[in-house]
Design a protein around this ligand. Structure first.
Ligand code: NAD
Length: 292
């Protein structure tokens, strides 16, 4: 029997993710307050409803993809009375761990819930190749696999409620720090008269090897597909990296974990964001460091 998915938040990520569910044979009812998002989603075969509450009525599965923890809590609280008992409720947004756990608690004892943040960006959302990091019960994970697979390249269960968000924040803290490290190395190499390709040829097969270098290389040339070769068009925007580093720093503070490099990386990205880097790929931090 065809399952109905309510998809709430049809932006840059949610729109193509919902579109992949339509392609996989799900009936998808969606809601987004922004007219352009609604029009684009309708063109992908999503039936647009006037409110989130209308979208969830009769749905077997609810998926949210929203900008912040405050909004996820607000929307989950708003739809809760109209979500039938036994529904599977999944949030794919990147949000703080506390908000994720509070959202799970809204449905405790009557629905299966998951925090399921993603990595892979808008390209992965279009291609259906996102990595999902899941926080929730084993039963919820098992139930979610059929609806996640059309959107996913990889699905990684991470433990109980909130652990998907914890995994996402820890991973992106590594990424933010390592992109700054790689960028500093290129800037130092320039001053030392070492060319970009030579540093890349050494570091990409040595102990400096990492994703920030070999996939998202911050200087043009060595990796032709990296955003540096197209004027740093994202990719993964600086604004989103700053969001994730800020969430990681806050989580570290709340949990009493020492993350001095994570905190410093957040400061560096905040300065770049304020200097006009917000819409550029986060690898453009190399230009900011070169000019500092
Ligand atoms: P976006 O701003 O394009 O989309 C968010 C959508 O939510 C918007 O269309 C907005 O109108 C809608 N929205 C706001 N309030 C709403 C409400 N009350 N009800 C329903 N819809 C509402 O953002 P995005 O790039 O799609 O990102 C969504 C989430 O995914 C964020 O948490 C982001 O951090 C995360 N994320 C983004 C990327 C990326 O590359 N864009 C990658 C990984 C994770």
């Amino acid at each position: 029997m065809t399952q109905t998915v309510a998809f709430i938040g049809l932006g840059n990520m949610g729109g193509p993710m919902a579109g992949n569910l339509v392609k996989a044979g799900f009936t998808v009812a969606g809601y987004d307050p922004v007219p352009q998002a609604r029009t684009a989603a309708a063109a992908r075969g999503i039936t647009i409803r006037d409110t989130a509450v209308e979208a969830v009525r009769g749905a077997d599965i609810v998926v949210t993809m929203l900008p912040s923890g405050a909004l996820v809590r607000q929307v989950w609280a708003e739809i809760a009375p109209d979500v039938a008992n036994g529904t599977l409720v999944i949030d794919c947004s990147t949000i703080d761990v506390d908000s994720a756990r509070a959202a799970h608690a809204l449905f405790a004892g009557r629905c299966d819930t998951l925090d399921a943040p993603v990595s892979g960006g808008t390209g992965g959302a279009e291609a259906g190749s996102l990595t999902f990091m899941l926080g929730g019960s084993e039963h919820a994970v098992h139930r979610a696999l059929p609806v996640l697979r059309p959107m996913a390249g990889r699905i990684v269960p991470c433990g109980g409620p909130g652990n998907g968000q914890a995994a996402k924040l820890c991973n992106n803290m590594i990424l933010g720090i390592s992109m700054i490290a790689v960028s500093e190395a290129f800037v130092l190499a320039e001053k030392l008269g070492l060319n970009h390709q030579a540093l890349f040829d050494v570091a990409s097969v040595s102990s400096g090897q990492c994703w920030a270098l070999t996939t998202n290389c911050p200087v043009p040339g060595p990796v032709p597909t990296s955003p540096a070769n197209r004027d740093y068009r994202p990719g993964f925007a600086t604004r989103l990296m700053l969001k994730d580093l800020t969430l990681a720093s806050q989580a570290a503070k709340d949990a009493g974990a020492a993350t001095p490099l994570g905190a410093h990386a957040a400061e560096i990205y905040a300065r770049f964001d304020a200097d006009g880097g917000d819409g550029q790929d986060f690898s453009a931090i190399v230009c900011h460091l070169r000019n500092s």
